[in-house]
Design a protein around this ligand. Sequence first.
Ligand code: ZN
Length: 426
Amino acid sequence: MTKIKIIITFIYILLLCSCGIKQEYKSNTKTIIEQNTNNLIAINYPLTNIKKIDKQTKNYVNKIYNDFLKQYSKINYPNKKYELNIDYEYYNFADNYISIILYTHINTSNDELILNDIYNYVYNLKTNQQISITEFIDNNTKNLIFNLLFENYGNLISMEKITNINYDTLNFVITDNNLKIIFKGDDICDNYHENLDINIPIEYFQELKKIKPNNQKIINNIKPTINYIDINKKVVALTFDDGPSIYTNEILKTLEQYNCNATFFVLGNKITNHSETIQEMYKKGNEIGNHSYNHRWLTRLSKEEQTEQIKKTQEIIETYTGFTPKYLRPTYGSINQSLRNNTDLEIVLWNVDTKDWKYKKVDTIVNNALKDVKDGSIILMHDTYERTSEAVKILIPKLIENGYQLVTISELQEIKKLRKITDEIR
Ligand code: ZN
């Protein structure tokens, strides 16, 4: 274990050295690795050559180190072994901000967590002052943080805890691309002790965007893009069934043009032929749902056949995107108890039908959507018709003009939850 840590540390130092050459404030890693009869210690922390910052880091590390040796000494615990770990992240953003975050863990030898501590500071090098996250966040950002926590950790977080978050004291770092906020599991979850983080792209913050260096390398991120959603504004979810097809790309382009997302309920047997399309779909932040393998009438099938239809499709989607769909749109909108019992996926129907399979005229399809749409609607379309891809070009700007935000099914569900909580708080 210790050996691995030394190797990792070594690689880390190498990486830091090779990546940081251009930086004026290059950081060095100071490493302490100790092993004695009673404890294991692996500490890494950054030194920046800026006295004020380094002093603050050393003070923290020394305190943790000394307390640990005192507390978990052989005299106190003759038969137990303890492990102290300190790791860090260091960022220099545009020679304007230095961010340091130190993660401390103390564990017993059987991996029981005793202490999880975060020590964080961000310096503005221009003013030579330590800053807090309050410089960057307003009420919209708070909403966004709330949304991102739900999106990423909805199954872990505690409602009560996150409604009581103190936004002024959040731990954060400014990386090359994001303002990253780090939470201790215990601060936002009932039963999760590891740290959790969320990322808000730099572009979201005017003052950071202005100074972002343009020589940054573009990182190919497989994670879908994030859209900011205001829970107080109307929302609508466009859904497309039966694809992907040769018309899907055109729809993806239109969605991107208006900076919004939709949900595609795909058929398993079409994916291999449109693998690039489905990857693009996912990368752009759209959601993928399951619509069976080859559009069999699911409620008429045996339990085994149903399972096969759903499972095969899940697997192909996972293979091409790494994403596991959460939603099933049953073929023909047909549901029965046997299907409900037979799948873990949440069944999602629609409440606005454009009947794009029936009507050939683009205007009719658009009007069918617009005449019935309201806040929270789910609109049914099919990305298997050229006319649908044309209709979308008219429908999307119309919806936006009418005050709607276009969201995925997951986002729609989240917003419903958030609105409920907000109502309860009020
Ligand atoms: Zn269908």
